[in-house]
Design a protein around this ligand. Structure first.
Ligand SMILES: *Cc1c(COP(=O)(O)O)cnc(C)c1O
Length: 468
């Protein structure tokens, strides 16, 4: 333990201050009535300025972020977030707005919403967007409520089922269940795509719609999407597109052209807002022309969503322009395929072929038998990566493979960074074969090593116990 690992409360020394105030020139205020006064003083830390600066600077250095290193966390699009976005979002004219200000005083902000509606509609092939939802999952719920409303408006009340592929992001079935719809799973083929025959067997007039991600969670493009759209539409269902990860498609393919009727985007992933740790996010929902009437009229969130995130996305879109948005898609796909091809000698690639912005390995080729306690697992690889200054990829998701290791490099990494990552992954694979204990005991130099994740989730210790 380093001396500065102490809590700020433990650093406290009675009477020490980190500020100076001018002498009070005013008569003292009347005393508060006795019953409103606290009996004891609050136990606030009494520290100097340098204590405060070191405390927070050291805390920040125990963290890992996109600004500290490569962060190939699949399905999360941890791209670099250009700093100009922050400057735009901090402009006083935007930053000082209040949602209850009269429309005449917030014309600039309203224009941003209008322009974003146009830009996102052009990028996705939808007709209009609502910006109220504050996250991807919130967008899904809003989109499914739109789907349900569409069927109810036509008096078609028997449509209670939503079809979700087995490769789907966990939020998809969860959102459908929260919306009161029944989730029906459709299986994938060996090649990772939806089994269209199995889908056909599920289609009837009780189906409200299907939720899909394309490229799907394995990073694979659903090549039969046109046929899937025709079949779902033929029985009166709608197609919902989970556009959390629009990265690979931007400027190349539009969900609207693939036949999707409703979709959400994660502005905090694809359109570069720092995310993770629960926020802030923005999950605008777009609909095709025949569903514009079903966009929410009452709010699904306080006011108009997370305006700061929408502003960042607006700055990002304007900064890149049409040509460069297309390059985002192309480079993110190139980076992923490059890593996949360079590493498939050492990591098991369950599905060969060109991927989009991400792909999934199924553990090490030479894992010493990963069911065996002496072998090295995907968790061990992920933990060992931390020793080399890389964030771990997504692990054990999607659920289709036992040792899933899901890598998404994004378009913002240089070839040098990607090559350094590939070298380290090869080195780790060699260690796994020669001396798996190095991996099993990793990380060797992180602030904490291997917490009991179940206990940490079920019984988190959220209160400081004063040991003094
Ligand atoms: C991240 C993600 C979501 C959920 O987005 P949140 O903003 O975390 O709610 C949904 N679907 C996919 C495919 C995602 O990657």
């Amino acid at each position: 333990m380093k001396y500065y690992d102490k809590l700020i409360f433990e650093l406290s020394q009675k009477g020490r201050v980190g500020y100076s105030l001018p002498v009070n020139r005013f008569p003292s205020a009347p005393e508060l009535p006795e019953e409103l006064r606290r009996g004891t003083s609050p136990e606030l830390p009494e520290v100097s300025e340098v204590d405060v600066v070191r405390h927070y600077t050291n805390l920040s250095q125990m963290n890992f972020g996109v600004d500290t290193g490569f962060y190939p966390l699949g399905s999360c699009t941890m791209k670099y977030n250009p700093k100009i976005n922050e400057e735009v979002a901090a402009l006083p004219g935007f930053n000082g707005l209040h949602p209850l200000m009269p429309a005449g005083l917030v014309k600039g902000a309203l224009k941003v919403y209008q322009e974003m509606d146009k830009a996102l509609s052009a990028i996705t092939g939808m007709a209009a967007f609502t910006f109220a939802p504050c996250a991807g999952a919130h967008g899904e719920l809003t989109g499914l409520m739109i789907m349900r409303q569409y069927h109810m408006n036509r008096g078609d009340l028997k449509r209670t089922k939503v079809i979700v592929p087995d490769s789907a992001h966990g939020t998809n079935p969860a959102s459908a269940a929260v919306c009161g719809l029944e989730v029906v799973e459709v299986k994938s083929l060996e090649n990772g795509r939806i089994n269209v025959e199995a889908l056909q067997a599920l289609l009837d007039d009780t189906v409200a719609g299907i939720m899909m991600t394309n490229p799907n969670t394995l990073g694979l493009f659903e090549t039969q999407i046109k046929e899937i759209a025709e079949r779902v539409h033929a029985v009166g269902g709608l197609l919902y597109y989970d556009g959390a990860n629009m990265n690979p498609l931007m400027g190349v393919v539009r969900p609207g052209d693939m036949g999707f009727d409703i979709m959400h985007l994660n502005l905090h992933k694809t359109f570069s807002t720092p995310h993770g740790g629960g926020g802030p996010g923005s999950g605008p929902v777009g609909v095709a022309a025949h569903l514009v009437d079903c966009l929410p009229k009452i709010q699904v969130s306080g006011f108009h969503g997370n305006f700061g995130v929408i502003l960042r996305a607006y700055a990002y879109i304007l900064m890149l322009g049409k040509q460069n948005l297309k390059k985002v898609g192309q480079y993110s796909v190139l980076s992923a395929n490059y890593i996949k091809e360079c590493l498939k000698d050492a990591y098991k690639l369950p599905i060969e072929g060109v991927c989009k912005h991400e792909f999934v390995f199924d553990g090490l080729v030479n894992d010493g038998g990963h069911d065996d306690v002496h072998g090295a697992t995907t968790l061990d690889v992920a933990k060992r990566l931390l020793d080399f200054g890389f964030h771990a990829p997504t692990i054990y998701f999607p659920l289709l493979f036992h040792q899933a290791l899901m890598i998404e490099p994004t378009e913002t990494e240089s070839k040098e960074t990607i090559d350094a990552f590939i070298d380290v992954m090869h080195k780790i694979a060699a260690e796994a074969a020669e001396d798996p204990a190095i991996l099993q005991n990793a990380p060797h130099n992180a602030p904490i090593s291997r917490p009991d994740e179940t206990q940490a989730a079920r019984n988190p210790i959220l209160k400081y116990k004063d040991a003094r």
